[in-house]
Design a protein around this ligand. Structure first.
Ligand code: PLP
Length: 483
């Protein structure tokens, strides 16, 4: 018989009549909350500083009640066309009926969620589907719940395979790979990097510059890993030609460097291929997808690696648990949502649609660029990942308006994208996204269910708005801040 353990006495007050329930809001109260109450709670408990930007863009006046397909519906029944697309996480649009049905059935059947003790048939099926879609021998899958988590898994795997003598990582200017500590070290934003202590041995090169990568590989034998977004999103939609990626593959083979392709934003069909690197007919060693993998209904992310690489790092019972999935990696309902998302993507030909509507969007935006050359500087993109870059007007704005603009936040100074975005929302019920590093770029990441009529709605609105001219656009924006 085991000795009874000594009782640990905790000096806590007695509970007369049970634990008192704190003053908790209910689900119904959350749904019914007014804009004023939301603002107060956002300020008190979430992110008071962020409200400043919400006010500039007019987001602070809106409470979204429902969302379906390409549209949000606000508290006044106003339908807002969504070309922001949750920064690329809404490939299937809002609340796709097949996802809702699959999730509801899963719940009604009392299926299990946590796949830690027993094997999960849902995680296994999702991993099989991803391996089926991924080219080459990208066969081994790690499931997580955010892009950062998938990218952390990717750089840890790459580091283990490269070995302790080759800890150097090459990454690109204007890259965004997430905000957790590891990937923050290869995310090129001074704002995000702040004063944090980051991983060392990283070498930054201009995006798309093959000579810079070659030089880095040739001069520094400690480099073992190359990490690049295939299409840079946060950097303002930057694309490199197929020859660049082919040369990346050749150089990595030659120098034994592990190539990690971050497809968190451009993957899952957005570019018009499931993975954007497929345009170059090459296969990286490791890739990561997230955002749209959850179909806009759940948080789901995956790292997918070549089998030989994965096995080298984690292939034995001794190494298997070094980076096995976290508590919520491969949770049941998230997995079946991702499985259904992948099926819908192909059943509804959404990847082809991304390519077709993307071409049409570029065509219409280029026509606007030709019409407004003093306002639009560049239009670029692939599939439904498109950037619209405005001219910097800080020096061309009439002198009288410059002090007014100078009073505005630094993020908007000299940048038309904030003004255009705010007015598109206010006057045309159209939501677009902004860009971390290039404040002159509007990012368009619409759901892949986007149709010609939605492209037309955006481009007609832009045409009308740009027709007002810069001075009136700025005046109208300032007016929107006063009302
Ligand atoms: C290319 C890329 N990688 C990684 C991430 C990080 O993903 P998450 O925000 O889900 O952590 C993002 C997020 O925007 C991204 O765009």
């Amino acid at each position: 018989m085991l000795d009874k353990p000594a009782r640990v006495m905790i000096d806590a007050p007695a509970l007369d009549g049970g634990m008192k329930k704190p003053n908790l809001l209910t689900v119904e109260q959350a749904k019914d909350m007014s804009v004023a109450d939301m603002t107060t709670l956002f300020k008190d408990h979430l992110n008071p500083g962020q409200l400043h930007f919400m006010k500039l863009l007019g987001f602070n006046k809106i409470k979204i009640e429902t969302a379906e397909g390409m549209y949000y519906v606000d508290q006044n029944g106003r339908k807002i066309l969504d070309l922001f697309g949750g920064f690329g996480s809404l490939a299937l649009g809002h609340n796709h009926q097949r996802l809702i049905a699959a999730r509801k059935q899963f719940q009604d059947e009392n299926r299990h969620e946590i796949g830690i003790a027993f094997m999960s048939q849902y995680a296994a099926a999702l991993a099989k589907n991803l391996a089926e879609i991924a080219p080459g021998d990208l066969d081994m899958v790690f499931l997580g719940s955010s892009g950062s988590e998938a990218m952390e898994a990717a750089i840890k795997l790459a580091e283990r395979v490269a070995g302790p003598k080759r800890p150097g990582v090459v990454y690109a200017e204007n890259s965004f790979h997430g905000k957790t500590r590891g990937v923050l070290s290869i995310t090129d934003g001074p704002l995000y990097r702040g004063e944090f202590k980051l991983l060392e041995n990283n070498v930054k090169v201009p995006f798309g510059d093959i000579d810079a990568i070659r030089r880095a590989f040739e001069t520094d034998p400690t480099i073992g890993v190359l990490v690049l977004e295939t299409i840079q999103g946060g950097g303002g939609i930057n694309i490199a030609p197929p020859e660049f990626w082919q040369e990346v593959r050749t150089l990595c083979n030659k120098h034994g460097v592990i190539w990690v392709a971050d497809e968190v934003q451009c993957g899952v069909g957005r570019s018009g291929r499931f993975f954007a690197f497929e345009y170059a007919n090459v296969v990286p060693d490791i890739t990561a997808v997230a955002k749209s993998l959850g179909g806009g209904k759940t948080a789901m992310a995956a790292m997918i690696a070549r089998r030989d690489i994965y096995m080298k790092a984690y292939g034995t019972p001794k190494t298997a648990m070094i980076h096995a999935h976290a508590t919520f990696g491969g949770i049941g309902e998230a997995c079946i949502t991702a499985i259904e998302t992948l099926n819908v993507l192909y059943d509804e030909d959404l990847i082809e649609n991304a390519a077709v509507q993307g071409d049409y969007l570029l065509e219409r935006l280029n026509a606007l660029k030709a019409k407004y050359p003093k306002i639009i500087k560049d239009v670029r993109g692939q599939g439904l990942m498109v950037g619209l870059e405005f001219q910097d007007f800080s020096q061309t704005l009439p002198l009288v308006l410059r002090p007014v603009v100078a009073l505005l936040d630094d993020k908007l100074k000299g940048s038309l994208s904030g003004f255009i975005g705010a007015l598109l929302l206010r006057d045309y019920d159209t939501l677009v996204a902004f860009t971390e590093y290039n404040r002159n770029v509007i990012r368009l990441l619409p759901p892949l269910i986007c149709e010609r009529q939605h492209v037309d709605q955006l481009c007609d609105a832009l045409d009308d708005l740009l027709g007002r001219g810069i001075v009136r656009i700025v005046k109208d924006f300032v007016g929107s801040q006063l009302s």
